[in-house]
Write a protein of this length. Structure first.
Length: 232
């Protein structure tokens, strides 16, 4: 009897979740709808167990508790997979939108800051979306937290690498004269000899440019502290 209760309640959860997704609920409303569904599902299970229980033995109570935990874990796993898919789509869209935004930039003396601002823009958007789909059931779920931080790092490094390639091409073509620093804290506009030397070096390497530009520096951008960032 209890097994049937567990299966029936679980099936209704999947059906209701599917209906929510088919309704194309706005991301701003998704969290509240999912939270309500999870609470309703657990309440339905507790009520069904109470009404169908004909014994209060220790064994029966233990079995009911284990089944309840299993139902909870299944729902959490399903929502973990749902959010994983949503965030992968977000990363893909962010990559495309980022490239379109770069096309709109003008090569001026603020190009470094402009590219840096774009990276920050999409990082902030990621955190914003993440907070909107952080359902109660996923709180304190370490596996989910590790996933979201890993995806955030993938996004940041992907945008950084693309920006590096753009700056590399701009510099190699002599379109932009950057501020080059041999030592931290000392900045100067290089002479033509220095520029020529650096351009020759750039032409010899096949990897994306990793010239030390302030906004692309891991420490300057904050990538070195990425694991300490917390999306709230």
């Amino acid at each position: 009897m209890k097994v049937n209760i567990d299966v029936n309640v679980e099936n209704r959860f999947y059906k209701s979740l599917k209906e929510i997704l088919e309704d194309r609920v706005e991301v701003n409303k998704l969290k509240s709808r999912v939270n309500q569904l999870v609470r309703a599902t657990m309440n339905e299970y507790d009520k069904a167990i109470k009404e169908g229980s004909h014994t209060s033995s220790q064994l029966a109570t233990k079995v009911s508790s284990e089944m309840r935990s299993r139902l909870y874990d299944k729902m959490r796993s399903e929502l973990y997979k749902l959010n994983h898919g949503l965030l992968i789509q977000l990363l893909s869209k962010s990559d495309k939108d980022h490239q379109e935004d770069i096309k709109k930039l003008s090569i001026t003396e603020t190009i470094e800051n402009d590219l840096s601002s774009l990276i920050s823009k999409y990082d902030s958007n990621y955190c914003s979306v993440l907070s909107k789909i952080k359902y109660e059931i996923l709180k304190d779920f370490k596996l989910y937290d590790a996933l979201t931080q890993s995806l955030r790092m993938d996004l940041a490094y992907g945008l950084k690498e693309y920006s590096n390639r753009i700056m590399g091409e701009v510099i190699k073509r002599g379109i932009y004269y950057y501020k080059f620093s041999a030592l931290d804290g000392i900045r100067f506009l290089p002479s033509q000899k220095v520029v020529g030397f650096v351009k020759k070096v750039l032409n010899l390497i096949s990897l994306p440019t990793n010239i030390r530009i302030s906004y692309l520096s891991p420490s300057a951008f904050g990538l070195s502290n990425l694991f300490k960032w917390v999306c709230r």
